[in-house]
Ligand binder design. Structure first.
Ligand code: NDP
Ligand code: 2IT
Length: 456
């Protein structure tokens, strides 16, 4: 609904005051400011004629985490040196269900990054339709170059503190950057040992001990399902499209796999060293090689060019200059800037579906929206991962396991329902602003629950 001029002016002034206050209360946290700004510029105009939310200060309450736990993690490396890292868990909001969200192990992890991720998770989890609150955690631990033994000792030490703050009805962590099958196994093993209880308190578990089929694939598959829904609104499909994917970890791998299955052509993958461009397309055989490289040998993407003829490696660069129809940023935050977005639009890119969390800068998003590109924001497009985590919890609670087909069907239905919700709240004439749709669609359920509880 369009606002009157006076309402718009009121909302603009409120947004400025609100962001000023948030930045003052949370100094030195640019990623957190960015994530809140992107949400607040949609929510504040929406609040203009919704007095109940405004008077209850719901947005102020939603931008203040319920609690943050910070702890020391000591471990010994293979040379018997004592190492010290910082572990954290931001329990952001449990209005609609127990805290839920991943753990990130990366050298750049800090409170700003975990607060932005936890804040986004609240909206994302609400959009899935499942009863999950939002959280994020992790450590400034760099798993690159560490032995299995070192990773195990780190995970065990990390969990020795975290275990007292989590539980199946309290907080259920999962993986994220640097936390995959190996790390989840070490973390869950230590949790189970300390609690002396077998509960589904972590998701993304191995299939032998309570994991769900399709959880590994879910974020990437879901991101492509979401892209397919967006394309269908313009009578288009994935088949035959040139696709640029960044990253080469869990999300990028299964985004690429689903694109290939649907007949699209994957031209690029990347890691923190640069990107590879394969003009012939990264097919199933090449992708299987990449999965072994990354998941087993833990190598660098640059090695791709030595194996696959015709491909090139672009050191220190991101893949956005490669002309494409569809783009899937699946590596990390702020990896796609406004000048990249300009280049993509000029090259005829029609769609961006965010597999990573906040990969596009605020200005890049504006370029996509101003050019009426189909832009699927992270909290909608990558919600498939946490959605299947929710389904893993359901299976754990029922003490049974669903088939691949059953979980994939539920994942698809959830991505379709998220798409519908974005269209419902993001429609602007012929165009759907999926950013606004996801922000408002995610906000309402959490806000209503908070209103119902009174002032807490
Ligand atoms: P992985 O650790 O499996 O892979 C991360 C990938 O991103 C690697 O290729 C890594 O390269 C690259 N990367 C990390 N940091 C940087 C950087 N600073 N610059 C360039 N490349 C970088 O993580 P995931 O695939 O699980 O996560 C990728 C993104 O998807 C993250 O934003 C995450 O929050 C998001 N996400 C993940 C979900 C999941 O279920 N796993 C669910 C929803 C979102 P390198 O190896 O060189 O570091
Ligand atoms: O960002 C995310 O949604 C995740 N890393 C997955 C969280 C989860 O609980 O599965």
């Amino acid at each position: 609904m369009a606002l009157s001029k006076a309402q718009q002016a009121n909302a603009d002034a409120y947004l400025e005051r609100f962001m000023h206050g948030l930045e003052r209360r949370n100094p030195g946290e640019p990623e957190f400011h960015q994530a809140v700004h992107e949400v607040a510029r949609d929510i504040i105009p929406f609040l203009e004629d919704r007095k109940a939310y405004k008077e209850a200060h719901i947005l102020d309450r939603m931008t203040e985490p319920d609690r943050i736990i910070v702890f020391r993690v000591c471990w010994t490396d293979d040379d018997r040196n004592v190492r010290v890292n910082r572990g954290m868990r931001v329990q952001f909001n449990n209005a609609i269900g127990p805290y839920k969200g991943g753990l990130r192990f990366h050298k750049n992890v800090n409170l700003s990054v975990l607060k932005f991720l936890g804040f986004e998770q609240v909206f994302k989890n609400s959009l899935t339709t499942l009863p999950m609150g939002g959280a994020k955690g992790g450590a400034n631990f760099n798993p690159h170059g560490k032995s299995d033994g070192e990773v195990m000792r780190f995970c065990q030490s990390f969990m020795t503190e975290l275990f007292r703050h989590i539980g199946p009805y309290t907080d259920i962590p999962a993986g994220d950057i640097g936390v995959g099958a190996r790390e989840v196994s070490y973390l869950f093993g230590q949790y189970k040992r300390l609690q002396n209880q077998f509960t589904g308190t972590i998701t993304g578990k191995g299939l032998e001990f309570g994991g769900s089929l399709i959880r590994t694939e879910a974020t990437g598959y879901g991101c492509v399902y979401f892209a397919r829904e967006m394309l269908a609104t313009r009578g288009e499909e994935i088949a035959g499209k040139r696709c640029v994917v960044s990253g080469s970890g869990n999300v990028a791998q299964y985004t690429a796999e689903k694109i290939v299955q649907l007949g699209g052509k994957v031209l690029t993958l990347s890691d923190s060293g640069g990107f590879i461009h394969d003009p012939d397309g990264i097919d199933e055989e090449k992708l299987a090689w990449v999965m072994a490289l990354k998941n087993e040998r833990r190598g660098r993407i640059s090695e791709y060019t030595r194996k696959w003829e015709g491909s090139t490696f672009h050191e220190g660069k991101r893949p956005w200059s490669v002309p494409c129809d569809l783009a899937f940023p699946c590596a990390t935050q702020n990896e796609l800037h406004a000048d990249d977005a300009d280049t993509m639009v000029a090259n005829g890119c029609q769609l961006v579906s965010e597999g990573a969390n906040m990969p596009s800068t605020f200005d890049a998003i504006n370029v996509f929206l101003n050019n009426k590109i189909l832009f699927g924001p992270a909290k909608a497009a990558n919600a498939g991962g946490v959605a299947v985590s929710g389904l893993e919890q359901t299976q754990n609670a029922m003490r049974l396991s669903w088939s691949r087909e059953e979980v994939d069907k539920q994942l698809l239905e959830i991505m379709q329902s998220i798409h519908s919700k974005c269209v419902e709240y993001g429609r602007e004439g012929e165009f759907t602003n999926y950013v606004r749709g996801a922000n408002i669609g995610g906000f309402i359920k959490v806000a209503d629950a908070m209103l119902a509880y009174g002032v807490i």
